[in-house]
Ligand binder design. Structure first.
Ligand SMILES: Cc1cc2nc3c(=O)[nH]c(=O)nc-3n(C[C@H](O)[C@H](O)[C@H](O)COP(=O)(O)OP(=O)(O)OC[C@H]3O[C@@H](n4cnc5c(N)ncnc54)[C@H](O)[C@@H]3O)c2cc1C
Length: 477
C-alpha cells in the first residue's frame, strides 16, 4: 500500500493505533476457518468518525477494508483477501448503557459477548444468544454473522435481539437504523439488512440490544440412548410436549466415541446417542418440566438420565459438549465441518441420510449440534494427505448440501457464507436471489471496498483450503 496513504490513515487514528510490521500483521491474517491472507496494515479506530474518515480515504484511493471482531468466524469472513486494511474493532469495547426499566442496552461492537451477558445478569437481566465462542467473540461479529447458539430453540438468535444499529456505510456516511422501543415500523427494516451481512455492507459501530428478565432457575439433563432412533424419537416428542426447553443438544455415536477415547468420560460402550437438555424459568415450572422430560426420555428407553440443578454440576454435564471439537481431531487429522440446518422434524431423515452418504463415499461422519432447532454440525473426518479421501469427502459435502435443501433446510444455520461456502450460495438462493443481493451491495458499496471477495465470489480454491484443519486448529464448533 502506498506510504502516503498509510500516513493519512495514521493522521486519522494516531500512530499507536496502526500496525504495519509483518509479525503483527500475521496475527490478523486468519480466522477460525484456517484461511489466511496477509493485510497491508491493521488499524484500531477509536470512534465512528475515525472509521468514516478511513472509509472516505478508501473510496478516494481505492483500497479494500476488512472489518474484524475477534476473528473467531468459521468461514473466512474477516480474512483480508488480497491485502488491504483490517479495521480491528477491539478498541470500541464499551457497554454504553444498560436501561433496566426499558430492558435494552447500547454497546460498542468490540464488547465480548460473554462479558456483556455477565454485565446484564448483574442487573437481573438476560441476553440469551450464546454461541459456543461467547468467551472470546464480539457482539459486533455476532451481529455481522447473525450468530446463534444452543438456546436458540427457546430464545432465538442474535437477529431476535438487535433493535437498532449505528453503521458507517461504504461511502463513509453514518446511518442510525431501528429504535430503542419494543415496537417500531418506520420504513424499511434496515437493521435486519445489516444483520448477517458479514461486513460487506458497512462497519457496525453501535448496537442497541433487547434484553429480557433473567430466568430464576435452570435444570440440565444428560440423557444416554443405546439407539439413535429412540433418541430422535424422544426429540420429536419433547418438541411436541409444550415444555419448550432452552437447549436440546444432540451428539451421535462417532462423536461420543471420539470424546470417550480422548477424554475417558466413562460412557458405557453401548451408548449410540446423547441428548443434553436444559430448561429454565420459575422454580416451580422448571421442576414440572424436568419431570415431564424425564418421563418422555424414559418412554423412549433412555439407558441413563443424569439431572443437575446446581451450576457446578450443570457445567460438569456440559463438559461432553465442550470437548467435542478437540476430540474429533483425535480420530482423523482433518475434518470438513458444515453447520447445516433442517426443519427440526426432519432431523431423523438427515441423520439417516448422513449414514448413507458416509457409507457411499467411505468417509466417516460425526455429527452433533442443536437438535432443538434443526442445526447440526456435520463433520466428515479425513486425512488431507490422502487425495482420494479428500475428493470423496468433498463429494460427500456436496451431496450433503443437496440433501439438506431437499429436506427444506439451509446450508448454514449460524456460521454464514464468507469465503468457505461461497461456491454453494446460488444452490440455495438461486440466480435471482443472488442478483438482488448483488444489486443491494452495488447500491451501498459502488466501489466494492467493503470486505470484497466474500459471499458473492465463489472460490473453490479457498473452499478446499478452509477445510485444511489440523489437530492444532481444533477451535471450531
Ligand atoms: C470454538 C468456536 C465455537 C463457535 N461456536 C459458534 C456458535 O455456537 N454459534 C455461532 O453462531 N458461531 C459460532 N462460532 C463462530 C464465530 O464465533 C461467530 O461467527 C462469531 O459471531 C464471530 O464473531 P467475531 O467477533 O469473532 O467476528 P469475526 O470472526 O472477526 O468476523 C466475522 C464476520 O463479521 C464481520 N464483522 C465483525 N465485526 C464487524 C463489525 N463491527 N461491523 C461489520 N462487520 C463486522 C467480519 O468482517 C466477518 O465477515 C464459533 C467459533 C469458534 C472458533
Amino acid at each position: 500500500m502506498d506510504k502516503s496513504v498509510i500516513k493519512k490513515i495514521r493522521d486519522i487514528v494516531g500512530n499507536k493505533n496502526v500496525l504495519t510490521s509483518r509479525e503483527d500483521l500475521v496475527c490478523y491474517a486468519y480466522d477460525a476457518s484456517g484461511i489466511e491472507s496477509l493485510p497491508d496494515i491493521v488499524v484500531f479506530p477509536g470512534s465512528a468518525a475515525e472509521i468514516s474518515a478511513i472509509v472516505q480515504l478508501a473510496n478516494r484511493f481505492n483500497f479494500p477494508l476488512f472489518p474484524r471482531g475477534a476473528g473467531s468466524g468459521n468461514v473466512g469472513g474477516a480474512v483480508p483477501l488480497g491485502g488491504g486494511v483490517v479495521i480491528a474493532l477491539s478498541c470500541l469495547d464499551k457497554i454504553i448503557e444498560i436501561d433496566v426499566e426499558n430492558q435494552y442496552a447500547v454497546v460498542e461492537p468490540g464488547v465480548i459477548t460473554g462479558e456483556f451477558q455477565k454485565a446484564v445478569s448483574g442487573k437481573g437481566l438476560y441476553y440469551p444468544p450464546d454461541p459456543a465462542s461467547l468467551n472470546f467473540c464480539t457482539i459486533g461479529g455476532n451481529v455481522a454473522t447473525g450468530a446463534g447458539g444452543p438456546r436458540a430453540v427457546k430464545y432465538g438468535v442474535t437477529y431476535n435481539y438487535v433493535l437498532g444499529l449505528e453503521v458507517v456505510l461504504p461511502t463513509g456516511e453514518i446511518i442510525n437504523t431501528g429504535r430503542k422501543t419494543v415496537k417500531g415500523v418506520v420504513g424499511y427494516d434496515l437493521t435486519s439488512l445489516f444483520i448477517g451481512s458479514e461486513g460487506t455492507l458497512g462497519i457496525i459501530t453501535k448496537i442497541i440490544l433487547r434484553l429480557i428478565p433473567k430466568p430464576e432457575k435452570k435444570a440440565t439433563l444428560l440423557v444416554l440412548f443405546d439407539n439413535i432412533g429412540k433418541c430422535v424419537g424422544a426429540v420429536g416428542e419433547i418438541l411436541k410436549s409444550h415444555t419448550l426447553p432452552s437447549a436440546i443438544e444432540f451428539i451421535d455415536r462417532n462423536t461420543i466415541r471420539a470424546v470417550e477415547s480422548r477424554f475417558k468420560m466413562g460412557f458405557p460402550e453401548n451408548v449410540e446417542a446423547i441428548l443434553l437438555i436444559e430448561v429454565d424459568g420459575d422454580s416451580e415450572i422448571v421442576e414440572l418440566i424436568k419431570g415431564k422430560l424425564v418421563s418422555v426420555c424414559k418412554n423412549y428407553r433412555a439407558i441413563k438420565i443424569d439431572v443437575a440443578l446446581k451450576e457446578d454440576e450443570q457445567e460438569e454435564l456440559w463438559k461432553v459438549r465442550r470437548s467435542i471439537a478437540p476430540a474429533l481431531l483425535s480420530l482423523k487429522p482433518s475434518k470438513i465441518n458444515e453447520d447445516v440446518c433442517v426443519p427440526r422434524n426432519r432431523i431423523p431423515d438427515l441423520v439417516m441420510e448422513l449414514e448413507r452418504i458416509s457409507a457411499k463415499y467411505a468417509v466417516p461422519v460425526a455429527s452433533f449440534g442443536h437438535a432443538g432447532d434443526g442445526n447440526l454440525h456435520v463433520n466428515f473426518l479425513l486425512d488431507r494427505a490422502n487425495t482420494d479421501e479428500l475428493v470423496r469427502a468433498e463429494r460427500a459435502t456436496q451431496e450433503l448440501f443437496d440433501v439438506v435443501l431437499k429436506l427444506g433446510g439451509t446450508l448454514s444455520g449460524e456460521h454464514g457464507i464468507g469465503i468457505a461456502k461461497s461456491p454453494f450460495m446460488s444452490m440455495e438462493v438461486g440466480d435471482t436471489g443472488l442478483k438482488v443481493m448483488k444489486s443491494i451491495k452495488k447500491a451501498l458499496d459502488p466501489n466494492n471496498i467493503m470486505n470484497p471477495g466474500k459471499i458473492f465470489e465463489p472460490n473453490w480454491a479457498f473452499f478446499r483450503k478452509s477445510k485444511n484443519l489440523t489437530a492444532n486448529s481444533a477451535t471450531r464448533t
